[in-house]
Write a protein that binds this ligand. Structure first.
Ligand SMILES: [Cu+2]
Length: 147
């Protein structure tokens, strides 16, 4: 009986510890101003934007993004090739301690490829972001027309 109780207490302490650790890490990453551009008619892709603020002491890396309404999501950067603006996939995006990484038009962005249904302004897309050094975050991104 004594053993049983200490086992239960032990597990309880560990889960509490894990919970506190997760909450500490979660609060070190601020995500704001998120939105997805309404896809142009017949376009098989569009882009997602947001601000990622690292308030913690360690670098945080965005490593993967998923959305059930698209075949695939990629992390993209925009580069100048001569005077032509091009975009290309990157493995991950790093947010250094104290820095804010802004995903915005003509810069880094989420590339949403292959919509599985019609996506219109006013919709909300569920996007999950995966990080190194921070727990995954499930977000609701509003779809907006490009101004
Ligand atoms: Cu892109």
């Amino acid at each position: 009986m004594k053993l049983e109780i200490s086992r239960i207490l032990g597990i309880g302490t560990i889960s509490l510890f894990v919970l506190i650790t997760l909450q500490c890490k979660e609060s070190s990453l601020g995500i704001s101003d998120m939105w997805v551009r309404e896809p142009l008619k017949g376009m098989g892709m569009t882009a997602g934007y947001m601000k990622l603020s690292n308030q913690g002491p360690e670098s945080i890396e965005l490593t993967k993004a998923e959305c059930p309404d698209f075949e695939k999501l990629e992390l993209h950067e925009t580069i100048m090739d001569g005077d032509v603006m091009k975009m290309r996939p990157v493995e991950s995006l790093t947010i250094k301690p104290g820095e804010t990484l802004e995903l915005k038009p003509h810069a880094h962005h989420l590339m949403l490829i292959g919509p599985k249904k019609e996506i219109k302004a006013g919709d909300s897309l569920e996007i999950t972001l995966y990080f190194r050094n921070a727990p995954a975050r499930k977000l609701a991104l509003p779809v907006k027309a490009m101004e």
